[in-house]
Design a protein around this ligand. Structure first.
Ligand code: HEM
Length: 490
């Protein structure tokens, strides 16, 4: 029956060339839309703004044609998104990060595969299937609660140390958030405290150089992959600098993993093994573990830091919600100095609601994307196999038809039985992606964010007295204004 139904669905669908979109010009396709004067002049970094404009122009679905790349279709219809993810095969393909693929291809001796983040097909599944048994296991994640708590406390101490007299942080506070995020993901991936939050961090220390290398990599990937790809024809200065930064990340990762391999040689395996140790002893080759860990560093710094920054912003802008959350934290976890446990973390519904609400408005990924492996019908159009389909979660989540008063921060939407509880389509907001390819670091990330928020609210009243914040894209959504938070001691 489903075959007949889908045949009818295809028979009734309109052809791909009728999908609405900008005029396709020779050589430049639809890229002119972003040019100043002739186009709308909205740069690609202002993704949400651009999507809002196209939604007004074309409706729920439109396409872009960029020469040399697969056609791109954007959808803001939750039913399309559901169909996209439900129809994906065993090995979903996510586009992006071609520069890092190129880097790994030229450093063949250390990279036997492109890695979980970048590979496709069976090569991806070989890594994913082995790694997820360990990384996604709840017991393994909860093992990191005490150390992530220590890291959050060190961050609070650091805030007190660097905080100016008027309590307002300096404009580069986002870099401090990156330090916290790198320290947190480093303890999981590298099995070591890197020391990113140490008060006396020298500019030439390994931790500082790692912070710089990770940060530079995000800037460079963004720049190289969102502009005309000269780097595909020759090694541009920016590409060379990216390779240097990646060399540093790779060499440091190899150093720590080799130390762990050595330590394991004398181990009787009778005590608890860390995630890194488990990856090494349970079937993954050390070279695959190296790539896996670098991918964790690449995927787990910007995302956790920016997400936590947006959450702090919304709490600062909504003092009554901040107070309600603080009351929950103080009654369940206790006053400052008290640390959460696996069981208290399970008993913080308002904290989880605040995180979900912040994700709804400011997801780290503005869209989830797949390159389709079969023809599909989306919004009544035939979308041929091999098309890049982008599910526009941030745009959908800000439409009143999906969430009433969608632009407002209302965590109560996520509380069962609350008068404001939301009954939305389940595919509107998917901050960690979907299906077999969804974020492998989700449990770790949630723990990091929960623990940081707990410590922040136990210690400070958080204020933000400046212009409204929005986002721009640097691989992930970033705050578009300096994080001029005031942290006032309680
Ligand atoms: C707030 C924090 C985070 C957010 C919002 C986030 C979000 C995402 C999203 C949307 C994807 C793509 C999923 C898909 O295509 O369906 C992804 C993939 C991934 N994430 Fe995260 N992530 C976060 C933190 C982390 C952390 C801390 C780690 C490492 C411990 C990590 C490791 C990865 C990896 C390795 C992948 C690729 C998985 C694969 O392709 O199989 N992420 N993440």
């Amino acid at each position: 029956m489903s075959k007949r139904m889908s045949a009818t669905e295809f028979d009734n669908a309109k052809p791909f060339d009728q999908v609405p979109g900008l005029r396709v010009l020779p050589i430049i396709g639809t890229t002119w839309g972003m040019f100043p004067y002739v186009g709308d002049g909205i740069p690609i970094s202002r993704m949400l703004e651009l999507q809002k404009l196209r939604f007004k122009q074309f409706g729920y679905i439109w396409r872009d044609i960029v020469p040399g790349r697969p056609p791109i279709v954007y959808t803001a219809r939750p039913e399309d998104v559901e169909k996209l993810f439900k129809s994906e095969g065993k090995h979903p393909v996510r586009p992006g990060m071609d520069t890092i693929k190129a880097y790994r291809a030229q450093r063949v001796k250390d990279f036997t595969s492109a890695g979980i983040l970048l590979s496709s097909g069976d090569a991806w599944w070989q890594t994913r299937s082995k790694a997820q048994q360990t990384i996604l296991k709840p017991k393994n994640a909860t093992h990191y609660i005490p150390v992530l708590n220590d890291i959050a406390e060190d961050f609070i101490d650091r805030i007190r140390l660097i905080r100016p007299e008027n309590n307002e942080m300096k404009p580069d506070f986002i870099n401090e958030m990156y330090r916290w995020a790198l320290e947190s993901v480093g303890v999981v991936g590298l099995n070591t405290r890197l020391g990113c939050l140490r008060p006396d961090l020298a500019p030439d220390s390994e931790a500082q150089k790692l912070i710089n290398a990770a940060n530079f990599s995000f800037d460079a990937i963004n720049d190289l992959e969102h502009n005309f790809p000269f780097w595909k024809f020759f090694v541009t200065p920016m590409l060379q600098k990216l390779y240097d930064a990646q060399d540093f990340l790779t060499d440091t990762t190899i150093k720590y993993i080799s130390q762990t391999v050595e330590a394991l040689k004398g181990s009787s395996f009778d005590s608890y093994l860390s995630i890194l140790e488990q990856l090494l002893v349970r079937g993954m080759e050390p070279s695959d573990v190296i790539t896996m860990v670098i991918d964790m560093l690449m995927a787990g710094v910007d995302t956790s830091a920016n997400t936590s920054a947006f959450l702090l912003y919304y709490l600062a802008r909504n003092p009554e919600k901040q107070e309600k959350l603080r009351e929950e934290i103080l009654s369940v976890v206790g006053p400052k100095g008290s640390s959460p446990t696996a069981s208290t973390l399970n008993n913080l519904p308002y904290l989880k609601a605040c995180i979900k609400e912040s994700f709804r408005l400011m997801p780290a990924a503005n869209a989830n994307a797949r390159i389709t492996d079969k023809d599909l019908v989306l919004s009544g159009y035939i979308i041929p196999k091999g098309t890049l389909v982008a599910a526009l979660h941030q745009l959908m989540a800000r439409l009143d038809e999906n969430f009433p008063e969608a632009e407002k921060f209302i965590p109560e939407r996520w509380i069962k039985g609350d008068p404001q509880e939301s009954h939305h389509h389940p595919y509107v907001t998917l901050p960690f992606g979907c299906g077999t390819r969804m974020c492998i670091g989700r449990k770790i990330a949630e723990l990091e964010i929960q623990q940081l928020t707990i410590k922040m609210l136990q210690n400070f009243k958080v204020e933000y007295d400046h212009e409204d914040m929005s986002c721009f894209m640097r691989m992930t959504n970033m705050p578009d204004k300096p994080l001029l938070f005031k942290f006032i001691d309680l």
